[in-house]
Design a protein around this ligand. Structure first.
Ligand code: UDP
Length: 246
């Protein structure tokens, strides 16, 4: 486990964005589904409190640190991850690399119309990208087999599953055996950013690890959720060493 850091029982890969993309590109060569999740501190806290969600995260083939809280936690635990590897940034790097290749991408998630908007914008940026399908992320449980069939029939190698956490991880856990794609990335609100229906924090906030502050200013209703960050810091400080030994 030398290339992973155990943060409260969640084994996070010590990779930066290009390294994460390298791994994903290699996943395409193996004929099975690989799951990629990008937990932030809130998600790791949820996994700390819920053993089955923790197992579900640890079943991923790649888990990257999405958020400065996770990066700081790795430093506190003496196995520093140098920088955050957010799902959106990894997705952009992977798209750069598969643009103009035969790899096929399916966009799954967001409100009706968002995936289609994301597709249109992505094709402006990556004109040779092979986007083979779009599906919104609002459905009844009985519609799941039909969604899996739609993704499989599209021949997609790569699926962006953007249902927010923990929905996207749970959806993939339920459906991974049936999915024929080689890589599925659970990347939350990324389709909204590609679609332009949500903004990313300006570079200054991202570079200084204060993207959370930008989000708080934009959406003060998130204040309650953000209390998870100091709670996470304290839990890592007081309980983290116990886990990080293995
Ligand atoms: N979403 C979805 N289906 C759902 C719930 C959410 O497709 O049942 C989408 C939502 O439209 C948004 C994304 O998942 O595009 C992220 O949702 P949210 O902001 O709740 O999650 P967060 O990014 O804060 O984890």
């Amino acid at each position: 486990m030398k290339d992973k850091v155990n943060i409260l029982g969640v084994y996070v890969d010590m990779v930066n964005i290009p390294q994460a993309a390298d791994r994903i590109i290699r996943f395409f060569d193996e004929d099975r589904l690989h799951k990629v999740y990008t937990p932030n501190s809130e998600i790791i806290m949820a996994a700390y409190k819920d053993e089955s969600f923790k197992d579900l995260l640890n079943s991923a083939d790649l888990l990257t640190a999405d958020g400065i809280g996770v990066v700081y936690a790795s430093k506190i635990l003496g196995k520093p991850i140098n920088e955050r590897a957010a799902g959106f940034d990894i997705a952009c790097e992977v798209l750069d690399r598969i643009n103009g290749t035969s790899r096929k991408l399916f966009l799954f998630g967001g409100k009706p119309g968002v995936a289609e908007l994301a597709r249109d914008n992505l094709l402006k940026k990556y004109p040779a990208l092979n986007i083979v399908g779009c599906r919104n992320g609002y459905f009844k449980p009985e519609e799941e087999p039909e969604i899996v069939k739609e993704i499989n029939d599209s021949g997609a190698d790569l699926v962006f599953v953007c249902l927010g956490a923990p929905k996207q991880e749970q959806w993939l856990d339920r459906n991974s055996d049936a999915l024929k794609a080689r890589v599925a990335m659970g990347i939350g609100g990324s389709l909204d950013v590609f679609a332009g229906t949500a903004e990313r924090a300006p570079k200054f906030f991202c570079d200084h690890g204060i993207e959370w502050l930008y989000r708080l200013i934009k959406q003060p209703s998130r204040a309650g959720r953000m209390l998870a960050l100091p709670k996470f810091g304290l839990t890592v400080l007081f309980k983290g060493k116990k886990y990080s030994q293995d």
